[in-house]
Design a protein around this ligand. Structure first.
Ligand code: NAD
Length: 377
């Protein structure tokens, strides 16, 4: 069942590791601590985000096993990646069968989901829920069998809805741990850093700013009052840049003129977030990233804030930064919209769960995922 791309390469790599030749000449895969044991599965690995994300993860020194899954063929992508001279092994699974997804997730430490339709011109992210909800449901069912303790990170939109849907399905399967479920909002932070650095004529890597809320339109709230270094613009600049960060996805969609949404910047952002999860698993101190997670910092059950990551997922939610008057107003303005998306998502998940036979017994999960898809269709 397991399609190991390069069994031969594994043998060769083992031989190289026991010898000196490769280690002497190639030190880019060594992290100096010998902790390279993690398995990451990318679901949707054949897509516009999935491919460059997999390329970046192939270079991550903490990943021992990079497994690709997609409905469309992944053999070519996996073979191509496997020629890159890092020690990470590349495996692949492809096709529509839930069994393939279940096998691809076996013993994964991190599952990153970049599968599903992207937005087209004029669509909101929530418009994608009908197309992409089944993916959250299928992955949650498969995870409950293959890697119930993995970190599950959703790139797929609408993040505001898919994370609550996944939570309902994981609960139904008896494996929900709110500390291990994430919506990847890193691209909002990446964009904020870039646009602020442009404005202040500084290196983007020097910029730090929390981005809170959700991941669509005005639910994306960059907290300029906590920007480091201190933001030098006036109120108009804050408003203009906030709008640009919120609408940056549309900027890419328009520039690509019908050829999809952000892929390369999102691959960068999600690889960055996966690396943060792995550093947390590795028990590195002070790994803090913004993410959309189960939360009690507002009245809503899910909300993005900076979280401290550790070996068991979220160690601590850093909570809401102190907001100025304008930011407080923006927060209050977004809560009803975000709340409605979350409630709609939970209702949808509960409807599908009620109508389908998603149960806790492991043997039922394969049928359950197809049954859930059928209900949604
Ligand atoms: N979180 C963010 O900031 C952010 C940014 C950009 C895009 N996105 C979202 O990421 C998702 C992917 O975008 P893209 O541009 O890579 O799309 P894409 O169409 O290029 O790729 C999607 C891939 O998913 C695969 N796929 C579809 N259904 C699947 C399933 N059930 N199981 C496995 N694979 C499946 C497709 O075969 C395809 O290869 C979209 O939902 C998009 O809206 C999120």
């Amino acid at each position: 069942m397991l399609n190991c791309v390069y069994a031969g390469m594994r043998v060769a790599t083992k031989a190289q590791m026991s010898g000196i030749a490769v280690q002497r000449n190639c030190n880019w895969y060594r992290n100096g601590r010998g902790e390279r044991n993690y398995k990451v599965t990318v679901v949707g690995a054949g897509g516009g985000i999935g491919q460059p994300l997999s390329l970046l993860l192939k270079q991550n020194a903490l990943i021992d096993d990079l497994t690709l899954h997609d409905l469309s063929p992944t053999k070519g992508v996996a073979t191509d990646l496997s020629h890159i001279c890092t020690r990470t092994h590349v495996n692949f699974f492809e096709g529509v069968k839930q069994e393939g997804l279940i096998d691809s997730l076996k013993d994964a430490n991190v599952v990153v989901v970049a599968a599903g339709q992207p937005r087209k011109m004029g669509m909101t992210r929530d418009d994608l829920v009908t197309a992409n909800a089944t993916i959250a449901m299928a992955v949650s069912c498969a995870m409950s069998i293959s890697c119930p303790e993995a970190m599950l990170a959703f790139v797929t939109n609408p993040i505001n809805m898919l994370v609550p849907i996944a939570a309902e399905f994981l609960k139904a399967r008896g494996v929900y741990d709110p500390k291990r479920l994430f919506g990847v909002t890193t691209l909002d932070v990446v964009r904020a850093k870039t646009f602020i650095a442009e404005f202040m004529s500084i290196n983007p890597s020097l910029v730090d700013i929390p981005v809170i809320g959700g991941h669509s339109g005005n639910t994306i709230l960059p907290v300029f009052s906590h920007c480091s270094p201190k933001f030098t613009g006036v109120e108009d600049d804050v408003n203009r840049l906030t709008k640009r960060i919120q609408d940056a996805g549309n900027e890419v969609i328009a520039a690509k003129a019908g050829a999809g949404s952000a892929t390369l910047s999102m691959a960068f952002a999600s690889a960055y977030f996966v690396n943060a999860l792995l550093r947390g698993l590795n028990n590195e101190p002070n790994v803090i990233e913004s993410a959309y997670v189960s939360s009690d910092v507002t009245d809503l059950p899910f909300f993005a804030t900076p979280v401290l990551l550790g070996p068991y997922g979220i160690k601590e939610n850093m909570g809401l930064p102190e907001l100025n008057t304008a930011e407080q107003a923006a927060l209050e303005n977004m809560l009803p919209e975000l709340g409605q998306s979350i409630q709609a998502a939970i209702r949808l998940a509960q409807f599908v769960l009620k109508e389908s036979n998603v149960g806790r017994a492991q043997g039922e999960a394969t049928a359950s995922a197809s049954s859930a898809s059928a209900q949604l269709a």
